[in-house]
Write a protein that binds this ligand. Sequence first.
Ligand code: EAX
Length: 334
Amino acid sequence: MTRRTVLTAAALLLTAGAQAQGIQDRTLRIGTTVPADHPISLGAKKFVEIVAAKSGGKLKVKDYPALQLGPELQQQSALVGGVQDMFVPSTASLAGVVREFTLLDLPFLIRTSAQADALMDGPFGQALLAKLPEKGLVGLAIWENGLRHVTNSRHPIQRLEDLQGLKIRVQQSPVFIDVFKALKANPVPMSFGEVYGALESKALDAQENPLLVARSAKLYEVQKYASTTGHAYGVLVVLVSKKLWDKLSADERNLLQAAALEARDYQRQVSREQARKAMDDLRAAGMQINEVSAAERERMRQATQPVTDRVLQSYDPALVRLLRSELERIAYIS
Ligand code: EAX
């Protein structure tokens, strides 16, 4: 090996070494939409811990649960503008920035957490994440919210017809508005931060979310009934502002990416553990909970099929083909 080659190799090693120290002292802020005790916010708390550990305390992240940094659409805009570092919104509000995330909110798409993991962590979920950078966002991981059910203050939802005329809060997403119109309800799009007050004042009759969200946001204080419609499977995306991302070193990016995925596995586990007891917790808090029969869920699915058909026709056929093939692949995952 010539003297020149030795020197070059040494220089490369030194550079790599320096890069490995490429972690600067930074303090980042991450927002979540739900109270601190909800698995989404617990996932953010775990992310904070992992980043601190991996960076030797140089990278500090401060978490702000329960929309403390503002409503969903405002926090998303703040990331795009580079005035906020991180946020974990549901795909419903994110669809306002990257419309293709609507495809994950289609009704009755998936029913089990195993199917959700297979879809989100497979080529379709990755294809959606790849669409974020051009809109000023970077997606690090897809976290779990869970199967969405209807709660209301009027009556149990036993049959499709029981949804008729219900003034129901939905997420700020055209597909949720269209789905509940197809179910003959009266959907009102709204930030999650306004839901408790709207239900308490009876301005609204109902809302739809996983039971854990109802428990964490204390909706049992303003909702008498919960009914397992299971009409959608909610997921969220761990977002970083691309304006921040572009300033980070490769080591900082790799560290945040690894931490988001490690926190994802923790978050999903906690979410599923807690979801198993959410129904009992809500009953203990005074809610009346009924299981909607498979036959009535099928009637609801059929009633919303025209919405699904219309949505699928309005997206890139190649992406829709990928979704369809992925749904076939996961169909038999229980
Ligand atoms: O982001 O807005 C909603 O109903 C979401 O499911 C919830 O806040 C988690």
